[in-house]
Design a protein around this ligand. Structure first.
Ligand SMILES: Cc1cc2nc3c(=O)[nH]c(=O)nc-3n(C[C@H](O)[C@H](O)[C@H](O)COP(=O)(O)O)c2cc1C
Length: 191
């Protein structure tokens, strides 16, 4: 087990994966780490959709592209990153999940006041726990607009009363991901 600070600082969003699937016992380990996240009133308002099926992942990716492309068109001239992402999404055969073998969607119980934040905390626990075991991950917010469609989410198996918060991919990294760097945050010390 590596030092927690080293884990935090060396985790990367991985976008190239080997084909090997993560063993079920490690998937259970990630979910176990997720449930130790803090949550408002300790409501633990999360639910996990574990998707290993390639066809289902492809379907979500295609639906994700369909929903995301019209949102990016209006901003493509103001952001180079948005323009590049748009080209990627429009390229035939591209996968919003970067061919990762595993997708876990963290769902939030809509009745819990702090569910969105709770689920984001659970997501971070999972990504850090994954990294501690040599498993790469990436939050794929690009498919969020598709997952906002309640009918689509239900078709995927989401329980009634839950919404999607964190679509996370996992897999063994192919090669090394360069750190994108960090800016100095604005910090005000009130005296
Ligand atoms: C809410 C959220 C949504 C994200 N959505 C995507 C995405 O759709 N596709 C992607 O490749 N990366 C996505 N990322 C990963 C970020 O691009 C990445 O965290 C950032 O570039 C910093 O890199 P690092 O995670 O390696 O430190 C997302 C991250 C967050 C927190």
């Amino acid at each position: 087990m590596k030092d927690i600070v080293e884990i935090i600082k060396t985790r990367r969003s991985v976008r190239e994966y080997k084909e090997d699937q993560i063993p079920d016992e490690d998937i259970k380990f990630l979910i176990d780490c997720a449930r130790f996240a803090p949550s408002g009133f300790n409501m633990q308002p999360w639910s996990f959709l574990v998707i290993k099926n390639k066809d289902v992942m492809r379907k979500i990716s295609e639906q994700g592209k369909k929903s995301m492309i019209p949102l990016l068109e209006p901003v493509k001239n103001t952001s180079k990153k948005a323009a590049d992402f748009l080209v990627y999404l429009k390229t035939k055969g591209t996968d919003m999940f970067y061919n990762a073998p595993l997708l876990i969607i963290i769902l939030a119980n809509k009745s819990a006041m702090t569910a969105d934040w709770d689920c984001a905390m659970a997501a971070q626990n999972m990504m850090l726990a994954a990294h501690s075991k040599g498993i790469g991950s990436c939050w794929i917010g690009g498919v969020q607009p598709a997952l906002m469609d309640e009918k689509f989410l239900k078709e995927l198996g989401a329980p009634e009363g839950y919404k999607a918060i964190a679509p996370l991919i996992f897999g063994y990294p192919k090669g090394k991901t360069e750190a994108p760097g960090r800016a100095e945050p604005e910090v005000k010390w009130l005296k």
